[in-house]
Ligand binder design. Structure first.
Ligand code: IVH
Length: 677
């Protein structure tokens, strides 16, 4: 029996414990998995509530509470974890003029405030010893971070070495690593083509990129960085602003949007200006950072456990609008996934008119109980595709459907809107799929689009519209049909002519030389992306050997798990696929061949190197192979992008002059060999 006199626990204690758990989990998902589950605002609100509860129950203090430490991105393999010389803290957030005024009130009355943009990427700490970049640490858990220097060195605006006399023996520059919008969109487009999961926003893309084990891939993706904080002993300057200017003189990428303000009105004017103007920037920003300019004043103000008192962030409000959900339609993707789409009363959001937004999947719609006629919140954050994030109360006068009964409950369609096949939902997956791969139009066209894409067979002149046209004319039903196309079939189409026909046929002919690894990727076997295809082709250098491989044998290949292995085995069990493969073989496609070797080191990852002159230890071809084996790229001509020149005897005078003009370093044979040793 329950003891009536035992202490009954206050419900807030339970709430406190739950909040700790929830925030810990949210941190893990955000920093380690790159899959945020809470909006920044929700996170902050929960954090504030937790702080209030912890103040209420001091006996429940726990140094491990999320209020006491910043989130951690540690936990990825392959990087050296290093202790920070100075902890990497977070910033307190504010959302209104009042909160900024509260903060300013606590500063010395004569304090100048530096306003900067708050870049929405991930922080990095660069260590320079005697002017040389020696480490690049992620924030990690704030006390120690992962050294990602090989990846950071792929960012062209970060100097590897500063050749000046006035550089202190040691300093640290901190900043934000970002993936510019343009690069982010291109990357996602590519991932969509290759059936890889999309990044939700540039921040996640940058974070995922920085933790890759392959600096060559990092270089290709095109990260950038803005630096905003110099720290160390005996550094020049008495103010933050002076230090940033010094860093700029030393060749660092410092934003031009920095302003010293004297009062809150000036700060608010800066905020108002940049809240609009930031939409024209090449990178994502999510607020403003305010910092006390004077370094002595900074020191006096000091730090809390997690944040400096001398700085605060102001977060821009997320752009959200309420609008009418007119209808839910369904879009079938290349892989058969059926995505529910909200068709909205058009609404202005972040400078564009939005009338369609994703509703993600069935579970999402059901969890919010969304039905046509509802007023819904649509948001366009860092993501490219606008999304529905909530629903207004139905009793609200604004709602178009004030009374609903349960019969009007939403239900997901059971058949494919494109081909009528019965949809299937694999256990554990959120998506419904159309299984009719060979007969469902968007899947047929999608497969062909993938096959001809740049990284697959790279057939010019056969774009999305042309594929659609030829499909509708009954000329193109699968990838093998491409090789049966005749000049007159193409030229007789309304939008196409002789010239297009010739171009296309030349592209089709050239594709017969595309190496086996890319052909394998082009086949579009589910989950077999470009890199996986390369790895498989290295092990199985003919399609015949691959055809008979078992799941177990395939799983022995790096990156191939049971799911991928099963997809491959199933692909070769399908008679329609075998028939298509036979036709492709007849057409003369490369179904065998040695795949290029994997680089043995990443010492030259992302580096573009020009070879010039004659050499005594190795031949030019050998040097070329060494560059590639170490992850570098050999280029024939000197340009701004060249990292250095491997210079032998009798180097061409033109190249030498160009290298001098551009300030590109020349490296001797011995220096080069020493470097890659
Ligand atoms: S200063 C000790 N300045 O925002 C203060 N941070 O939410 C160090 N951030 O961890 C930070 N732009 O990753 C500073 N101009 C800026 C920033 C900035 C973006 C990031 C940084 C920080 C996070 C806090």
């Amino acid at each position: 029996m329950m003891d009536l006199f035992s202490e009954i626990e206050a419900p807030e204690r339970e709430e406190l414990r739950n909040l700790r758990k929830e925030l810990e989990e949210a941190n893990y998902k955000y920093y380690v998995l790159n899959m945020p589950t809470l909006s920044d605002r929700e996170f902050d609100e929960k954090m504030h509530r937790l702080q209030a509860l912890e103040a209420m129950f001091p006996d429940m203090f726990d140094p491990k509470s999320p209020t006491q430490h910043v989130g951690s991105d540690l936990g990825k393999k392959g990087f050296e974890t290093v202790k920070h010389k100075y902890p990497m803290l977070s910033l307190a957030n504010s959302y209104s003029r009042e909160e900024i005024e509260d903060w300013v009130r606590k500063l010395p009355s004569n304090a100048e405030i530096v306003c900067e943009l708050k870049y929405d990427g991930l922080s990095i700490s660069l260590w320079y010893e005697k002017g040389v970049l020696v480490r690049a640490l992620t924030r990690g858990d704030g006390q120690q971070g992962d050294d990602v220097i090989a990846n950071i060195k792929t960012i062209p605006s970060i100097p590897w070495k500063i050749e000046r006399d006035d550089v202190p023996d040691f300093f640290e520059l901190r900043g934000e690593v970002l993936l510019p919008w343009e690069r982010f969109e291109a990357l996602n487009k590519e991932r969509e083509e290759q059936e890889e999961p999309l990044f939700a926003n540039p921040r996640n893309a940058a974070s995922g990129t920085l933790k890759l084990q392959d600096p060559k891939e990092v270089a290709r993706r095109g990260l950038d960085a803005y630096l905003y904080y110099m720290i160390g002993e005996n550094l020049p300057g008495k103010t933050h602003f002076e230090r940033l200017n010094t860093a700029k003189e030393w060749g660092f990428h410092i934003s031009d949007a920095i302003k010293v303000c004297k009062n809150v009105d000036e700060v608010m004017a800066y905020i108002a200006y940049w809240d609009t103007e930031r939409k024209n920037l090449p990178v994502a920003t999510d607020g403003i950072v305010l910092k006390v300019n004077n370094l002595a004043q900074q020191e006096e103000l000091g730090y809390t456990a997690k944040t400096p008192r001398w700085a605060i962030a102001y977060k821009f409000p997320a752009e959200k609008q309420l609008t009418l959900l007119k209808e839910i339609t369904y879009q079938v993707g290349r892989t058969g996934v059926v995505t529910p789409v909200a068709n909205l009363e058009p609404v202005q959001l972040s400078g564009t008119m939005v009338q369609r937004a994703t509703l993600h999947n069935e579970d999402f719609i059901k969890s919010l109980d969304i039905r046509p006629g509802d007023m819904v919140w649509v948001e366009k954050g860092g993501e490219i595709i606008p999304k529905i994030v909530g629903r207004a109360d139905r009793n609200d006068a604004m709602s178009a459907t004030p009374s609903l009964n349960d019969e009007m409950m939403y239900s997901f369609p059971t058949t494919c809107p494109e081909c009528g096949a019965t949809l299937v939902r694999v256990e554990g997956e959120a998506a419904w799929r159309c299984p009719n791969e060979a007969g469902c139009p968007p899947q047929i066209k999608g497969k062909i689009e993938h096959f001809v894409s740049r990284k697959a067979m790279s057939i010019d002149g056969l774009g999305e519209e042309t594929i659609d046209l030829l499909y509708r004319q009954g000329l193109l039903h699968n990838i093998a049909d491409i090789y049966d196309l005749k000049a007159e079939d193409i030229a007789s189409q309304e939008r196409l002519g002789e010239k297009s026909a010739q171009n296309m046929l030349a592209g089709i002919e050239a594709s017969k030389q595309v190496p086996w690894a890319r052909v394998l990727f082009a086949l579009g076997i589910r989950m077999v992306g470009e890199t996986t295809a390369k790895k498989i082709a290295r092990k199985y250098n003919t399609i015949d050997s691959l055809q008979w491989a078992t799941v177990k044998q395939l799983c022995a290949i790096e990156d191939v798990g049971p799911q991928i292995a099963e997809n491959i085995v199933k692909y070769f069990e399908d008679l329609q696929n075998l028939e298509i493969l036979e036709r492709l073989r007849q057409a003369g496609l490369q179904f065998e061949g040695e795949a290029e070797a994997e680089p043995t080191s990443d010492k030259l990852a992302g580096q573009i190197i020009v070879i010039s002159g004659t050499f005594s230890h190795h031949s030019r071809d050998e040097y070329k192979a060494m560059i590639e084996a170490n992850g570098g790229k050999n280029s024939g001509s000197v340009s701004k992008k060249t990292n250095f020149i491997l210079a032998g005897e009798n180097m061409g005078p033109e190249k030498r002059k160009k290298a001098e003009d551009l300030g590109i370093q020349l490296m001797t044979e011995d220096e080069f060999l020493g470097m890659i040793e």
